[in-house]
Design a protein around this ligand. Structure first.
Ligand code: HEC
Length: 127
């Protein structure tokens, strides 16, 4: 009687453990696929941006609207750093990530389409 009930309990425990493993595996799988999708999306965004020919004039306007509050009207720096030699220190991909990903608060992330990002990039190159 005792053995059969304990083996039943064991069975239930085993099933529980298997369930937990399965759920853990599922969560891991979902996290991995989300990470992969996020990366893919970012890569296509960056590639698209790099393909385009931006306009300095449009980039200047975008900069004046979005960035001067922190980087200064001449991009010489205020709260944020001076951006004049930025294209020597960071490559284009790094600059795009800096603008769209918001990894370094207090600088916010900007949701801009590849054409506008390309304009900003060309503007930063022109400084
Ligand atoms: C709310 C303030 C703020 C705004 C608005 C802002 N930035 Fe920034 N930015 C910062 C700060 C602060 C840093 C430094 C972040 C760090 O590395 O810790 C920075 C860093 C950067 C860097 C990297 C500089 C370096 O030396 O590594 C680039 C490039 C840049 N910003 C571009 C832009 C552009 C382009 C815009 C407009 C679309 C913009 N920022 C808007 C605050 C701002």
């Amino acid at each position: 009687m005792t053995t059969s009930s304990s083996s039943a309990a064991e069975k239930i425990l085993k099933i529980k453990i298997w369930k937990q493993c399965f759920i853990g595996f599922l969560i891991l799988l979902i996290c991995c696929s989300l990470f992969y999708l996020y990366h893919e999306e970012n890569n296509t965004y960056i590639l698209k941006t790099l393909e385009l020919n931006g306009s300095v004039k449009e980039g200047d306007i975008l900069f004046k609207m979005n960035c001067v509050g922190c980087h200064g009207i001449t991009a010489r720096g205020l709260v944020g750093p001076d951006l004049h030699s930025i294209t020597e220190r960071l490559n284009d991909t790094e600059i795009i990530k800096q603008v769209v990903q918001g990894n370094t608060p207090p600088m916010p992330s900007f949701e801009i389409d590849p054409q506008k990002m390309s304009n900003l990039l060309v503007y930063l190159h022109s400084l």
